[in-house]
Design a protein around this ligand. Structure first.
Ligand code: TK8
Length: 380
């Protein structure tokens, strides 16, 4: 603003056809003009500094107004939390955010309001994370794989076949190991609020009934934009192709790629199975959804409102995980009605596990051996 004032003031002098240093009386006139200009700009700047957020598009939350002051003092107006996620509204993660909204608005007695923008309205996972870092999105979710580009310790979650069960996932992610990962986000302008569930990822293909790694030879498999996922599918003999989630359905429909991998619930809710021929329950990686908030926004909340956000995140994750687990089985049955679902035997699945083991060295190089050892020891 300083620069603008200077430029504007110079223009005013020029505009008055007055050069600053030519005559004494002009100097006085110009200084008087400058003072008037400076005072009026300063008053204007004070009014313009409060960003007004767009009106809510998700139900009955009150009109959005200012974010909290840095001190987190109540402004006397509604504090709005703008949430973005990339899943459809019938996906369990949306139900999780509705719960978050309910708890925040009830517990804050309406002094905080939540607006939810689902289904990639504000971009895919990477854009949502960037938006939360910048603050033009207050809170959101991303599969953990894209998060690794922001904070490399998250690559540890991309170790194939790391987790044995949901219960083990929840114990570890809600315990010290998961908390350490979330803490690492704070240096990247993100407050990690927890991990909800995308689920165990399964392969789908357009033409090959995959039962063993050799069946993948040369297959163009879409991956998330994550170096470990790419390395993993290369080890399996496939031709991994990173594509943003929002472009995936069209790429499958146009056969520019042969296959993809996602949890059954997301496959079903985004109709990916309708442009595939086989689904194979590889369960090759567990994909958490990382729940984040802009850290300056979070730190700017009062202690009472921080507790409300923490409580809302916890209850939202608990509900979402239970719905996700239920929906996975339902989605698998629905997918079976349309395409063949190949259920691998333990021995068949182990062939994939053995072939992907070498990727652990890549993970150690990216995430660091300490966090990898913590997770390997915890999942033994
Ligand atoms: C949806 C993504 C998706 C992810 C992917 O926003 O890109 O395949 O698994 O769930 O987060």
């Amino acid at each position: 603003m300083g620069l603008k004032i200077e430029v504007f003031a110079n223009n005013v002098c020029k505009y008055q056809n007055v050069t600053l240093f030519k005559e004494e009386q002009n100097m006085k006139k110009c200084i008087a003009m400058l003072l008037v200009v400076l005072v009026s700009i300063t008053m204007f700047a004070g009014c313009a500094s409060k960003p007004a957020l767009e009106p809510s598009n998700s139900g009955d939350s009150q009109k959005a107004t200012e974010a909290p002051k840095a001190s987190g003092e109540k402004t006397g107006k509604t504090i709005t939390i703008k949430v973005a996620h990339g899943a459809p509204e019938d996906h369990s993660s949306h139900a999780g955010w509705i719960k978050f909204k309910e708890v925040v608005e009830a517990e804050s007695k309406g002094t905080m309001a939540v607006e939810i923008y689902p289904n990639q309205q504000l971009g895919g996972d990477r854009e949502i994370m960037e938006g939360c870092q910048l603050g033009n999105i207050t809170a959101g979710q991303s599969s953990s794989a894209p998060v690794a580009s922001f904070e490399p310790s998250f690559f540890v979650l991309d170790i194939p076949f790391l987790f044995k069960s949901r219960q083990q996932v929840y114990e570890i992610l809600d315990g010290e190991a998961g908390k350490a990962l979330l803490k690492n986000l704070e240096a990247k302008k993100l407050k990690g609020l927890g991990f909800s569930e995308n689920g165990f990822r399964n392969l789908t293909t357009s033409s090959v009934a995959v039962r063993k790694p050799e069946d993948l030879k040369g297959m163009k498999v879409r991956t998330m934009e994550n170096a470990i996922h790419i390395a993993t599918w290369k080890l399996l003999g496939a031709n991994p192709t990173p594509i943003a989630f929002g472009e995936l359905f069209t790429a499958l429909q146009q056969k520019t790629i042969d296959g993809q991998e996602n949890p059954f619930e997301l496959i079903y809710s985004t109709k990916l199975h309708e442009v595939q021929k086989y689904a194979i329950d590889t369960q090759h990686i567990y994909s958490p959804l990382v729940i984040v908030m802009n850290i300056d926004f979070y730190n700017g909340l009062s202690e009472e409102n921080k507790k409300i956000v923490d409580k809302a995140a916890k209850e939202s994750i608990e509900l979402q995980r239970s719905i996700a687990a239920e929906n996975e089985q339902k989605a698998k049955e629905k997918i079976k009605e349309k395409i063949e679902v190949i259920e691998l035997t333990d021995a068949e699945r182990d062939a994939f596990r053995q072939m992907t083991k070498p990727v652990i060295e890549d993970v150690k190089a990216k995430a660091g051996t300490e966090i990898v050892d913590i997770f390997l020891n915890a999942t033994k």
